[in-house]
Design a protein around this ligand. Structure first.
Ligand SMILES: [Zn+2]
Length: 236
């Protein structure tokens, strides 16, 4: 009898945790599947690959909301609908994967062998130098280029943050950083020219592709969906 009571209590408690209410922000979050590129003429992604290549990373922008979608094919983009880059359409759910979007880069993991090396993320609004990019795990700043910052994480993966404002960069080469530590502000820095205001984020790791071990840019969208859900839960 006591056992039965204990089991009933356990079942009740587990039901309670499963039914834990989602916050308004968690409910609002929508995303289309990994590998499905929008619009469809923007390239071919890895449809069906939902593997989380970078488990438990922190979302690379400090605060939600943030929006993953195409810069080139979005409103105001080079191949997008005409309109303002600040258009509401660019700043709303659902997210759309843009890893493998049409680019000239050689990409062993993209169906066409070429494509976008990571994903592009917009902050909550189109304001410049307002949203902080942060370290996704503990590591060392391994490289700073003209418009890119690389973080070599303790897992061995290398994360790149592109287009941050370099005048307000908060890290230097060789610096140790902790997960969540601010790196710089999301901007449109593209060296001597400008791009749209967004963070390009990509991840390189050594995995077996096409039969041999190589260091490649891995699909990162599913890992970011996972990280974002934790951010929305308040447990980044
Ligand atoms: Zn990009």
């Amino acid at each position: 009898m006591k056992t039965l009571l204990a089991i009933t209590i356990l079942l009740f408690l587990s039901a309670c945790t499963h039914n834990k209410k989602l916050s308004k922000e968690e409910k609002a979050f929508k995303y289309t599947p990994a590998g499905v590129l929008v619009p469809s003429n923007s390239g071919r992604g890895r449809v069906g690959d939902n593997y989380i290549y970078a488990p438990n990373i922190r979302f690379p922008i400090e605060e939600a909301p943030a929006y993953i979608n195409s810069q080139v094919y979005g409103v105001g983009g080079m191949h997008g609908k005409r309109g303002s880059l600040c258009s509401k359409e660019n700043y709303q759910y659902p997210w759309h994967d843009n890893y493998c979007e049409k680019r000239p880069w050689g990409m062993p993991m993209c169906p066409s062998g070429k494509g976008h090396q990571g994903v592009d993320i917009r902050g909550a609004t189109c304001e410049d130098k307002k949203y902080h990019a942060v370290a996704v795990e503990d590591g060392v700043i391994s490289y700073i280029g003209k418009y890119s910052v690389s973080l070599r994480g303790k897992t061995g993966r290398t994360y790149r943050y592109l287009h941050l404002d370099f005048k307000t960069l908060q890290v230097r080469r060789g610096q140790r950083v902790r997960r969540g530590q601010r790196i710089g502000l999301v901007s449109n820095n593209f060296g001597n020219t400008k791009t749209t205001i967004h963070l390009h984020f990509d991840v390189k790791e050594t995995i077996v592709v096409n039969g041999y071990s190589q260091k490649v840019f891995v699909p990162i969208y599913s890992s970011l969906v996972d990280a974002y859900k934790r951010l929305l839960k308040g447990k980044p």
